[in-house]
Design a protein around this ligand. Structure first.
Ligand SMILES: CCCCCCCCCCCC(=O)SCCNC(=O)CCNC(=O)[C@H](O)C(C)(C)COP(=O)(O)OP(=O)(O)OC[C@H]1O[C@@H](n2cnc3c(N)ncnc32)[C@H](O)[C@@H]1OP(=O)(O)O
Length: 230
């Protein structure tokens, strides 16, 4: 991970974050609903074509103003991260299931319902989706002070198929060694663990420090990442 990662300042407070989320999260939910409806609908071809026309009109409206590339990661001045485009948990990303992870007493945990959009084997969760969620889980578990580590190695064991429906994710740090953090993660259904993962998370030597990022987003410097982190 290098210096050209997209960090930027959003000079807003918690109330403004909440206000923005109150607008975009329902929009993202509606798009998830749309994806689910397209998969499961049994309406006739004329209805499908009419739906496509309506969706294309909405896409044109949204593209009236848009970013050049991805959403990037915005930070407030007090270093609250807003990774709203994130593929696993982004608040503006309808590809991501509506997963929110939180850390309590060293255990990261989250609950989410995986519907038709996440199917692999019939009626069951796609293995890549399980790996995606576990990767995010181990990432957030290893993150300290909102500074991410990156996945070096992720070993995933599929113990039994995971039925579509509600699942729980739990992760905990099992050890640290220099810039490496070892994390164990589990994805479970109501009957227990279906997929487990062990990860080596690494704080890259070329990653800018929190101070460098802070300076970059407030316009005093750029996160050149020349100086290795200790
Ligand atoms: C808003 C807030 C959000 C906060 C929350 C954000 C959550 C985001 C979660 C998403 C997680 C992701 O998907 S991250 C994206 C997927 N991952 C990536 O793209 C990573 C790509 N790879 C890299 O960038 C790099 O290769 C690194 C960072 C993995 C390692 O680079 P490095 O820093 O130069 O490492 P290096 O000095 O060579 O090695 C350091 C130590 O790690 C070991 N090591 C090196 N590579 C590996 C490896 N792949 N697997 C295991 N171990 C490794 C070495 O043997 C050494 O051990 P020793 O000699 O010290 O014992």
């Amino acid at each position: 991970m290098s210096a050209d990662m997209d960090f930027r300042l959003e000079d807003i407070d918690d109330a403004e974050i909440a206000r923005r989320l109150s607008i975009v999260e329902p929009l993202t939910d509606s798009v998830r609903d749309l994806v689910d409806a397209v998969i499961r609908t049994e309406v006739d071809d004329a209805e499908l074509i009419a739906a496509r026309t309506a969706i294309e009109a909405i896409v044109t409206r949204l593209r009236a103003r848009q970013k050049d590339k991805g959403y990037g990661v915005a930070f407030t001045r007090d270093f609250t991260g807003m990774p709203w485009g994130n593929a696993a948990t982004g608040a503006r990303n309808a590809v991501a299931p509506p997963l929110r992870l939180s850390k309590v007493d060293g255990v990261t945990r989250g609950d989410v319902v995986l519907g038709a959009a996440y199917e692999g084997p019939g009626g069951h969760v796609h293995g890549g989706i399980a790996a995606l969620l576990l990767d995010q889980l181990v990432g957030e578990t290893a993150a300290a002070d909102n500074m991410p580590s990156f996945t070096g190695t992720l070993t995933v064991r599929y113990l039994r198929p995971t039925p579509l429906g509600p699942v729980t994710l739990t992760g905990r740090v099992t050890g640290t060694e220099g810039r490496k953090t070892f994390v164990h993660g589990e994805l479970s259904d109501a009957d227990g663990v279906t997929v487990e993962a062990d990860a080596v998370m690494i704080r890259p030597k070329s990653f800018p420090s929190r101070d460098q990022i802070s300076a970059a987003i407030t316009g005093h410097d750029t996160p050149t990442a020349d100086k290795p982190t200790p």
